[in-house]
Design a binder for this molecule. Structure first.
Ligand SMILES: CC(C)(COP(=O)(O)OP(=O)(O)OC[C@H]1O[C@@H](n2cnc3c(N)ncnc32)[C@H](O)[C@@H]1OP(=O)(O)O)[C@@H](O)C(=O)NCCC(=O)NCCS
Length: 143
């Protein structure tokens, strides 16, 4: 499957299928109140070409990753692959594609958040070269 999975830029028309995948994939940390399709469309338009999807050769979406930057650092959100397609390098290939696009925009560092309750997420990111920064806490505010 790895050889056949197509990795490409996420389009607005992928969002319904990506939302289905994310709802199924995340035990916690995915809010459909916050991550509405409208908000995600704005995110894609603000960060053209950076988010990635994986599809079968028939075109079915099987993986998705959101990526953007703030002009200084890149960020990655919502990385998921359907369970039957995991451990075939698809998560890694989506990350590689998005980082290549960030590099083209002059961005060469990035951050992401993991929810420790998602099994295997820390191991996955460590395996592909991301480091946990233990002295930094994530702060949050609604305004
Ligand atoms: C995490 C996830 C995206 C990984 O996708 P994937 O396509 O299976 O990952 P890959 O096959 O590209 O794996 C890349 C590396 O990570 C490692 N890895 C992947 N999942 C792992 C797991 N659960 N435990 C330990 N290592 C894992 C692989 O062994 C591989 O390392 P290697 O190249 O040294 O062998 C997928 O398991 C998933 O969708 N999980 C549910 C959603 C989730 O928790 N997402 C992370 C949010 S922070």
């Amino acid at each position: 499957m790895n050889d056949e999975a197509v990795i490409r830029a996420m389009k607005e028309s992928d969002l319904d299928e990506a939302l289905k995948l994310w709802r199924i994939s995340f035990n916690v940390g995915f809010s459909t109140n916050f991550d509405t399709k409208e908000i995600l469309i704005k995110y894609l338009n603000r960060n053209p070409g950076l988010s990635s999807v994986a599809c079968t050769k028939e075109g079915k979406l099987i993986g998705a990753l959101m990526c953007g930057h703030d002009g200084r650092r890149g960020s990655i959100y919502h990385t998921a692959v359907y369970s039957e397609f995991r451990n075939k390098g698809i998560g890694r290939r989506m990350e590689q594609r998005s980082l290549e696009e960030l590099k083209k925009a002059g961005i060469t560092t990035g951050f992401l958040f993991i929810n420790v309750n998602n099994p295997g997420s820390k191991e996955f990111w460590n395996s592909i070269g991301w480091t946990v920064i233990s002295n930094i806490k994530y702060l949050y505010k609604e305004f």
